[in-house]
Design a protein around this ligand. Sequence first.
Ligand SMILES: N[C@@H](CCC(=O)N[C@@H](CS)C(=O)NCC(=O)O)C(=O)O
Length: 257
Amino acid sequence: MINQTEPFRLITIPVSHYCEKARWALTRLKLSYVEEGHIPLFHAFATKRAGGQSTPVLVTEKAAFLDSTDILKYLDSIASKNEKIIPEEPNLRKQAEELEELFDQKLGTAARRWAYSHIIGDNKLIRDAWCNSIPKWEALFFPVLLPILRPALIKNFDINADSAQESYIQIQEIFEKVAQILSDGRQYLVGDKFSIADLTFASLSAPMIQAAEYPKSIHEKQNLPAKMLLEIKQMQETTAGKFALRLYKNERFVGGK
Ligand SMILES: N[C@@H](CCC(=O)N[C@@H](CS)C(=O)NCC(=O)O)C(=O)O
């Protein structure tokens, strides 16, 4: 149970799929929260004040949770028994946590690199990605920040001519693993209930599957580069892509908006 008088604060870079993971869990568990979105770089003033660095950060009246996995664990610990998204049975819990970790480490990073590789050269697409749901005054800094952030991003995420393709292959490998798990006809990745494994898979797949239900729909799809659109279509048509789309359709707003 929680002793929280005010809504939680969720500090985000709104377009981030790791932030989407935290938003989904908050909605699912019917917890009241206020999202504080920031443009990259400015996010650091907010996350630092809470003791962290990257987004998402969840700030409660007692503590701050600095990583999406810790946020989900905390939220699950205060959720009522029938709403929990971390299985209680130890073997199922282990499976769900292992999948969550795999998606965090491999899928989330490959998805980000893939998406940025496609849009990094296009000022308008980057603006759409970063300036959605942030304070207006921060958006005014976009022209100043772009020449600093673009080269930093290219260097940090190792974005080059080959990286979109490499990341696409890494994503396909994870999608194949998910398809294999689902091949016995099960409805969810672990056990017979929606869990953190499903939530993490779908939210970290968001850039590739472009679900209509995604709350931060960042781009008018037709404006995305042709090769990116083609790969989105290919991924939407895979077993794992269809599964992620189904999770968005049926599970994203269970609990509210
Ligand atoms: N392991 C972290 C990863 C989060 C992450 O990589 N967030 C990115 C946005 S996609 C970020 O905030 N980057 C800026 C920074 O690290 O300062 C989590 O799951 O919360």
